[in-house]
Design a protein around this ligand. Structure first.
Ligand code: SF4
Ligand code: SF4
Ligand code: SF4
Length: 272
């Protein structure tokens, strides 16, 4: 039974968030929303423990499709970074701002970049592409993320400065077109660099929040040095080029780890 503690803890964390937000915001939606996400993640962890090969992909589809289709397209909530700025500037602490606070700003202090491995609807599609492991060395293009981050603030600020009418409608269409653009750029980059996660590594503006926060992550993969034989398999299967055998916080590309567990699954010595 001990091995099932992790999914139970994860479910408990999400239930705590669900109940807290439900009661403090007096909105039952938050209870349903975070319970659904917590159950999806706990289910994925359970399937992983049961050694189901596609456990992570199941969670990714359950959470990613729910957020993209239900919250985004049906409820009209802009859950992209522009939506976060929009609600932040208007002083509204509702769905998009709460989502960012939990999943992308403060959540990474606990579960690192788990969002990127298990919930992101952009990566949900990119992970179907053929280049699961990068075949080329990482490029020095990470600066692009700061440009896309700045552009997202400029876009929303411009709407306010121009006193644009019906900003809610504009934000909805920004969500639709922004997602379409992310998919096109993500797919093109994956084929150009032969790396499914090239978009995540170089372009995604959300990593500006997540990288520094995940540096302090509570949950991280660690290496048992007494078992490791330096075979290098973990680094060869890592989609994010993380040097997971280095246990220090300063490990190479440490803030890129998406907790996909490919290294853990492939280590022949069970050192991770
Ligand atoms: S880096 Fe961005 S696009 Fe990639 S998985 Fe994370 S949030 Fe999604
Ligand atoms: S795969 Fe396992 S044994 Fe090999 S280098 Fe990585 S941690 Fe060490
Ligand atoms: S393979 Fe290991 S080190 Fe690489 S992203 Fe996945 S969990 Fe992190």
């Amino acid at each position: 039974m001990k091995k099932y503690i992790a999914p139970v803890i994860m479910l408990a964390i999400f239930e705590t968030i669900a109940v807290t937000l439900w009661l403090t915001k007096d909105n039952f939606f938050y209870f349903v929303n975070f319970t659904y996400i917590g159950c999806s993640i706990a289910l994925g962890m359970f399937l992983y423990i049961k050694k189901y090969r596609y456990a992570r992909r199941v969670v990714q589809l359950l959470v990613g499709l729910y957020m993209l289709i239900y919250l985004g397209f049906i409820c009209g909530e802009n859950m992209q970074i522009e939506g976060f700025w929009y609600y932040l500037f208007t002083g509204v602490f509702e769905a998009a701002t709460i989502h960012y606070a939990v999943a992308k700003i403060f959540g990474p202090l606990i579960f690192g970049r788990g969002w990127c491995g298990y919930a992101c609807w952009t990566a949900m599609v990119l992970d179907f592409l053929p280049y699961k492991v990068p075949s080329q060395p990482r490029k020095k293009l990470g600066w692009i993320r700061y440009i896309t981050f700045a552009l997202s603030i400029i876009f929303v600020s411009a709407l306010f400065l121009a006193k644009a009418g019906n900003i809610e409608r504009i934000m909805f269409w920004a969500f639709v077109s922004g997602n379409a653009l992310y998919y096109v750029v993500g797919i093109v980059l994956a084929f150009v660099f032969k790396d499914n996660r090239a978009f995540c590594k170089y372009v995604c503006p959300i990593t500006v929040f997540m990288k520094p926060m995940s540096y302090f992550a509570l949950f991280r993969v660690k290496c048992r040095k007494d078992r490791c034989v330096d075979c290098g398999k973990c680094k060869r299967v890592c989609p994010m080029d993380v040097d997971v055998t280095d246990n220090s916080r300063k490990r190479k590309n440490g803030t890129e780890c998406i907790l996909c567990m490919e290294c853990v699954k492939n280590c022949p010595k069970k050192a991770l």
